[in-house]
Design a protein around this ligand. Structure first.
Ligand SMILES: [Zn+2]
Length: 123
């Protein structure tokens, strides 16, 4: 059993760092979670955020992009090609840019709150 993490889960998630020590890398590759933290040895093999980060991002980015598109259309009334060029690029860019921090935050919240998926047999 590990001690209660003292690292801020928002800070650890945003930096893609271990939710327990805040120093070890959380991912190998883009979104693959390391099995154990290289610094403190936290077992992350059973940590699974599932679809949670993607669902939150779809809702948050969708709200931002739709609001920005409507505001731009009402305020500026640009040609349609501006909409077709701008909003898909922004939506995809925001999703890819925020996916790692969102997954890191969700995993950090799971570890901090001792979510069932993260519990090991030794707890
Ligand atoms: Zn660690």
């Amino acid at each position: 059993m590990t001690a209660q993490p003292t690292v801020n889960p928002f800070w650890a998630g945003a930096r893609s760092r271990c939710p327990s020590c805040g120093r070890g890398a959380l991912f190998q590759g883009f979104l693959t979670v390391v099995p154990t933290c290289a610094v403190c040895g936290l077992d992350l093999a059973k940590a699974d955020s599932g679809d949670g980060p993607a669902v939150f991002l779809i809702m948050i980015v969708g709200f931002i992009v739709v609001f920005a598109a409507l505001f731009t259309e009402i305020a500026v009334r640009p040609p349609i090609w501006v909409h077709l060029l701008l909003w898909p690029v922004l939506a995809v860019g925001l999703c890819f840019g925020m996916l790692r921090p969102a997954k890191g935050l969700m995993l950090a919240a799971q570890v901090r709150n001792k979510a069932a998926e993260h519990r090991s047999d030794h707890d």
